[in-house]
Each structure stands twice: as structure tokens, then as C-alpha cells.
Design a protein around this ligand. Structure first.
Ligand code: HEC
Ligand code: HEC
Length: 173
């Protein structure tokens, strides 16, 4: 039981953050702003957007997540990998946004990076439930950022040169 709770802790923290931020920017708050302030508020107010649409194609994330919860996780993955939404999501040439550029079709599965990300998510969950949770007093679950550290392809690890300074020199042949 303890192990299951541990494995889910990372996702739950993300979801909790999503719920907090969603309520802070609820449409009700926006509607209560006096109309006379609207033009100024549009220029300076933090980015307020309507709730994100309910996901239709979740295959590895819990299927009951709301659009806002998925959005929060996506922002985390984006930051952990140092990419953008279009790293994994394909543009839809038939759906042109106000800036004249095609919008992304988030439910579409045509980019190989999206399939890889699904594998990576399952791997990360398994590392946490099957292995990390078995370490006594382990507190930090593995996240995408543990390996990726802001890069789409994890960078090779280079050990510092002086790690073996106490060893005798290797005999020359
Ligand atoms: C590293 C790859 C990756 C990045 C970067 C990424 N996504 Fe995703 N996204 C996925 C994967 C994989 C899924 C499907 C998850 C599943 O199958 O449970 C998904 C699903 C979604 C969905 C749900 C679509 C549906 O209807 O099922 C939305 C919305 C979404 N992403 C938005 C975004 C946004 C917005 C960004 C940028 C802030 C973003 N994604 C960045 C990989 C990514
Ligand atoms: C245990 C380390 C580890 C973790 C944790 C991890 N990855 Fe990866 N990931 C890798 C490695 C290593 C590669 C490179 C594989 C290759 O290129 O052969 C990779 C490759 C990828 C790629 C493909 C990059 C490309 O160039 O096409 C994506 C997308 C990706 N990971 C997403 C994720 C996401 C999203 C998560 C978290 C849910 C995650 N990874 C967690 C190690 C990790």
C-alpha cells in the first residue's frame, strides 16, 4: 500500500497544482471584473484562458484527468525536456489560428516523439513503483527531468577527472 501511494505522489502533486491554478483563473473571477477596466486588463492581466477541453485520447495517463490537469502535466514535460508542445504534437494544416499558423492537434498520434513519450511515462512509473519505492526512506521519485535535465536527448554523463587520483598509475606496457 505504501508503495502505491509513493508512486502516485508525483502525479498527485502535479494534479493538485493544476486544481489550484485552475480555480485561481476561474471564468467567474474574470466575469466579475468591471467592464470599464476591460481594455486595460486585457493589456496587463495575467494570461486568462477558458478551461482546457476534456482529453479524448489518453492511453497512459489516468483517463479521468481533466483538460486542465493534463495541461499542467504537459507544461512539466515541456520544461523537463526543454522543448515545446510541438516537440510531440503535430500541427493541423486545416485548423489555422488567429496568428495565421496552424494549431496543434493534441489528440493526434502522428509524431513518433509522442509515442516515445508514452513509453517513457510508463517506464518512469515502473521505475518508481518497482524500484525507487523499495529504497528505505526514499523521498524523490524519478521524473522526466531526472534523466533529461532540460534536453530532448539526455546528455552523456562526464565524470570529473580527479575521481581516481588515489589509485597508483597504470603500469606502462
Ligand atoms: C514529450 C512529449 C510531449 C510534450 C512536449 C507535450 N506533450 Fe502533450 N501529450 C503527450 C503525450 C504522450 C500525450 C498522450 C498521453 C496519454 O496517452 O495518456 C499527450 C496528450 C496531450 C493532450 C490530450 C489530448 C487528448 O485529447 O487526448 C493535450 C491537450 C496536450 N497533450 C497538450 C500539450 C501542450 C499544450 C503541450 C505544451 C505545453 C504539450 N502537450 C507538450 C506528449 C507531449
Ligand atoms: C531513466 C532515464 C529517463 C527518464 C526517467 C525519462 N527518459 Fe526520456 N529518454 C531517455 C533516454 C536515454 C533517451 C534517448 C533514447 C535514444 O535516443 O536512444 C530518451 C528519449 C526520449 C524521447 C525521444 C527524444 C528524441 O530525440 O526523439 C522523448 C520524447 C522522451 N525521452 C520523453 C520522456 C518523457 C516525457 C519522460 C517522463 C515521462 C522521460 N522521457 C523520462 C531517458 C529517460
Amino acid at each position: 500500500m505504501k508503495r502505491t501511494a509513493f508512486a502516485l505522489s508525483a502525479s498527485v502533486a502535479v494534479v493538485a497544482a493544476a486544481i489550484v491554478s485552475a480555480s485561481a483563473f476561474s471564468p467567474v473571477n474574470a466575469a466579475q471584473q468591471p467592464a470599464t477596466q476591460a481594455p486595460a486588463a486585457q493589456a496587463t492581466a495575467p494570461h486568462v484562458h477558458p478551461p482546457n477541453p476534456t482529453p479524448t485520447n489518453l492511453q497512459v495517463l489516468p483517463k479521468n484527468l481533466t483538460g486542465d490537469q493534463v495541461h499542467e502535466i504537459m507544461h512539466k514535460w515541456e520544461a523537463d525536456l526543454g522543448g515545446s508542445c510541438s516537440t510531440c504534437h503535430a500541427a493541423d494544416p486545416k485548423n489555422i489560428g488567429p496568428n495565421g499558423r496552424p494549431r496543434l492537434n493534441f489528440a493526434d498520434d502522428s509524431k513518433p516523439e509522442k509515442a516515445t513519450a508514452r513509453l517513457m511515462y510508463k517506464m518512469t512509473e515502473e521505475i518508481n513503483t518497482q524500484y525507487i519505492s523499495k529504497v528505505d526512506n526514499s523521498g524523490d521519485p524519478v521524473t522526466c527531468g531526472t534523466c533529461h535535465r532540460g534536453h530532448l536527448g539526455p546528455q552523456p554523463f562526464k565524470a570529473t577527472e580527479d575521481h581516481d587520483h588515489d589509485h597508483p598509475a597504470t603500469p606502462k606496457q
